[in-house]
Design a protein around this ligand. Structure first.
Ligand code: SF4
Length: 89
């Protein structure tokens, strides 16, 4: 099993035990977010009990879209500088 698969399984299992606040929130899958939406998403993630597992998965799998563990992800096309701007302060 790859690290991506392990990370996904760990995240899914944790989310079943403790559903995250982003569950079903459209902001986390929207293409464009306002500054207010981004700030709200960051705050939700900052308080999320499974943040570390989510970040591990997203950093490994590099999903093509969505807001994961405190930042917008745009897959492997996003350079490190762009990702750095999106990080939780
Ligand atoms: S860290 Fe953020 S995106 Fe990840 S599960 Fe938690 S609330 Fe959702």
């Amino acid at each position: 099993m790859t690290h991506v698969e392990d990370a996904r399984r760990a995240l899914d299992e944790a989310a079943q035990r403790t559903p995250p606040a982003c569950d079903g929130a459209p902001e986390f899958t929207a293409d464009d977010l306002s500054d207010d939406d981004l700030a709200w998403c960051r705050e939700v993630c900052r308080l999320c009990p499974i943040f570390e597992l989510c970040d591990d998965y997203a950093s490994t799998a590099r999903p093509a879209a969505g807001f994961w563990a405190g930042r917008v992800r745009k897959g492997r096309g996003m350079n490190d500088r762009t990702e750095e701007r999106n990080r939780i302060a």
